[in-house]
Design a protein around this ligand. Structure first.
Ligand code: CLR
Length: 384
């Protein structure tokens, strides 16, 4: 029966949440949902999913040829998907509603230098609240690999599933170890379908396609299918790397949550995503500034974790009121909120150049971007 996975006392709340989904206009991040579906983690933490296998990220620059490097980019990208889209199911039993970040919220982390691979640093800043937009920068300076991107979502409800169209893009910059010239890779983002809503146990399936366009002219295109299309298995994909004239050079297929192969399904292993992930290392909350995500949300997160929803609700209201006051003060003083780590540009030159090389030019020719300010790499936090 519907709502089978919803705690008895929250069934009515879940039913009314589903009703309100039907009225939603593109942004469900600020909608109130019943406690059982709340996650104690803010969306500003999600960019860490790009790097839970820091070796794959670092090894991109070791590729000997353009095609070898594109294959490494594709391998790292496919490898991030299980972290991005199935972690909450694994850790909390289903997809959950993340905390909706406040403007200026920060999240910092590192993956330590192991076996000489270099230290990887992560800097995240919430650069917009309405609509929510998260900007991120990840760099392994020693390896010569960096990723800059921003992420937003447009959501709609089909009656049984939530469709999520991701906005934003990421640009990966690679300095090849063999001294060949710097390369850029534009990464567009796949669409999501959140299924299992009716039962109260949401999970994500990826749909449609996304692409990786290299400044070398090579393109990787990834197609996603759920159960019953490519192989009868959920979380399936097929990918191909093509040259500038559209000729396919190599294909890949498998599951983005498990194993995938080069060529056909019996070809050599391309990737096994089930090797243990390395979670980002974050400073203890006691050493964080007021703007850092885990410190900012500490009481809300504690309330959600311990089932003390009154405490969670109270502190959430306090945070939201503070934010409202800040926005009011800005209007009164005729000031605007300034980003700490990123500069907003209306048209991203990398996007403009690389998206024009894509064969299927469905994407807009221009997109804005949040450019990381390298001089802020060592700035830790922001005073309250
Ligand atoms: C954010 C960017 C990351 C990948 C990613 C994974 C899960 C997505 C999240 C993004 C955006 C917010 C999201 C979430 C899954 C559920 C959640 C769409 C795209 C929505 C806001 C909450 C839905 C509530 C139901 C679970 C009831 O790189």
């Amino acid at each position: 029966c519907s709502g089978a996975d919803v705690p008895q006392e929250q069934k009515a709340g879940w039913a009314s949440f589903i009703k309100s989904l039907a009225q939603m206009t593109g942004d469900l991040s600020s909608m109130t949902a019943p406690p059982f579906i709340l996650s104690p983690t803010s969306l500003t933490e999600f960019p860490a999913y790009w790097c839970e296998h820091p070796n794959l990220f670092a090894e991109i620059s070791e590729g000997k040829t353009e095609q070898d490097r594109m294959e490494r980019v594709l391998r790292w990208f496919i490898d991030t998907l299980s972290a991005q889209y199935t972690t909450r199911n694994e850790k909390m039993g289903s997809e959950k509603k993340p905390l909706n970040p406040v403007l200026g919220e920060l999240f910092y982390g590192i993956w330590p230098d192991l076996n000489g691979r270099g230290e990887t640093r992560l800097i995240v800043e919430q650069v917009s609240h309405h609509p929510p937009i998260t900007a991120y920068y990840i760099e392994n300076a020693k390896a010569g690999v960096k990723l800059q991107g921003h992420s937003g979502q447009k959501t709609s409800f089909t009656g049984t599933a939530i469709n999520v169209k991701q906005s934003g893009h990421a640009v990966l910059t690679v300095q090849p170890k063999n001294g060949q010239k710097e390369e850029k890779y534009l990464i567009t983002l796949p669409k999501l379908r959140i299924e299992g809503i009716i039962w109260g146990s949401p999970y994500i399936e990826l749909t449609d396609t996304n692409a990786i366009q290299s400044s070398t002219g090579l393109t990787a295109q990834i197609d996603y299918k759920g159960k019953g299309y490519f192989s009868g298995k959920s979380h399936s994909f097929k990918a191909s790397i093509a040259n500038a004239s559209g000729k396919s050079l190599q294909t890949y297929e498998g599951q983005w949550t498990g194993k995938s192969h080069i060529g056909g399904s019996k070809g050599p292993i391309f990737l096994d995503t089930t090797v243990p992930k390395e979670e980002v290392t974050v400073r203890d909350v006691s050493q964080q500034t007021e703007w850092e995500s885990r410190k900012l949300w500490v009481n809300v997160a504690k309330g959600i974790r311990t089932g003390n929803y009154d405490e969670a609700g109270k502190d959430k209201t306090r945070i939201e009121n503070e934010q409202r006051q800040r926005r009011k003060d800005e209007t009164t003083n005729n000031t605007t909120w300034e980003h700490l780590h990123f500069t907003h540009v209306d048209s991203d030159p990398d996007y403009q150049f690389l998206s024009a090389l894509l064969h299927d030019k469905l994407t807009p020719a221009h997109e804005d971007a949040y450019v990381f300010k390298p001089e802020t790499m060592d700035v830790v936090g922001r005073s309250a």
